[in-house]
Structures are given as C-alpha cells and as structure tokens.
Design a binder for this molecule. Structure first.
Ligand SMILES: [Zn+2]
Length: 56
C-alpha cells in the first residue's frame, strides 16, 4: 500500500502483536521514506485513514 503522506511504496507493516487486532482494524504500517505511521480502519464499511504518528 502507498504511503498516504508521501506516496512512497516502502511502507512496512509493524508486527506489534500487542493490541489484538480485530477484523475492523488493519495492522499498523510505517513508511520507510517519511516515517509516517498509520493504519486503515473500517468504519461502517468505509476505509478510514487513522494517522498514528504524524510527520512534519
Ligand atoms: Zn511516506
């Protein structure tokens, strides 16, 4: 998946194993180019961007 901030394609999944992901939340992704951390949440059937660590 492309980074929503810089459109970089080097995003990696963060394998946290800490929160117990549900089917409604995708694993956290981190962009290798700009450092943005985000995930996609499903809300009422629509994908919603959830920025966890914003970059300047
Ligand atoms: Zn990025």
């Amino acid at each position: 998946m492309k980074c929503p901030h810089c459109s970089g394609r080097t995003a990696v999944g963060l394998d946290t194993h800490s929160g117990g992901f549900t089917s409604e939340e995708s694993p956290v992704k981190e962009c290798g180019a700009c450092g943005l951390v985000w995930r996609i949440k499903m809300e009422k059937g629509a994908a919603k961007l959830d920025i966890i660590k914003q970059v300047i």
